[in-house]
Write a protein of this length. Structure first.
Length: 223
């Protein structure tokens, strides 16, 4: 009888522990779905930003040969496309908990665990792409500081109309030799290429987030 009582106690404790882990698993999944929904919205914003930037960079490169010829309002406005790029701020609170607290062991459904891991790996690959983009962005900005006479341009914008600036003969360049301008053109082209690469990675990540949300809702019967 004593053995039976101990055995029954063990079963009860096992059942309780199993229920607690199932409850924690579902809480993790619900929280992860919320994070993924936030990610899809944030990704769409940065993807749209990159698409607009690509159009601006295309216009900039088509007008670039006129940079040394004189002021062109469209050209100088499109130069703003080289002054930064949109950051994807991921909602990874749940992912970090799953990875750092051993929560992944609670994910019983293999397909769900595999897809969660794949999504995390895609995020890390995106981080590598963004790091490369940031490096060329820094180069582009350094060249901009060396080439554009921002102080003179801002001063003239205060006292002249755009028509006056475009009819004048000032190009607002600190340097205008072929080698310097050619190097900056190459950097802008590389910046555009990496912007496109990051955008494609973000589009793939968004698609993965959407399919992962659908899988988790189906497997865990979430609304």
């Amino acid at each position: 009888m004593l053995f039976l009582a101990v055995f029954c106690g063990f079963l009860a404790e096992y059942q309780l522990e199993h229920k607690i882990e199932k409850d924690r698993e579902k809480q993790y999944i619900q929280s992860l779905v919320e994070d993924l929904s936030t990610d899809t919205a944030n990704l769409q914003l940065v993807i749209d930003n990159f698409k607009r930037r690509d159009l601006n960079l295309d216009t900039l490169l088509s007008l670039y040969p006129r940079l040394a010829a004189g002021f062109n309002d469209t050209l100088h406005r499109k130069l703003a496309a080289t002054t930064g790029f949109a950051d994807f701020v991921k909602a990874d609170r749940t992912m970090q908990q799953l990875k750092n607290s051993g929560g992944m062991r609670l994910i019983r459904i293999k397909q769900a665990a595999d897809d969660i891991t794949e999504y995390d790996l895609m995020n890390r690959d995106l981080d590598i792409d963004v790091a490369a983009l940031n490096e060329i962005f820094i180069q582009v900005m350094h060249s901009r500081f060396e080439i554009i006479d921002s102080a003179a341009l801002v001063n003239d914008l205060r006292i002249k109309t755009l028509a006056d600036l475009e009819q004048g003969n000032k190009n607002y360049l600190l340097k205008k030799d072929q080698q310097t301008l050619g190097k900056w053109n190459n950097e802008i082209r590389e910046f555009r290429t990496l912007c496109q690469m990051v955008r494609i990675s973000e589009e793939k990540l968004k698609t993965k987030a959407i399919t992962l949300i659908a899988l988790l809702k189906k497997e865990y019967h979430l609304e």
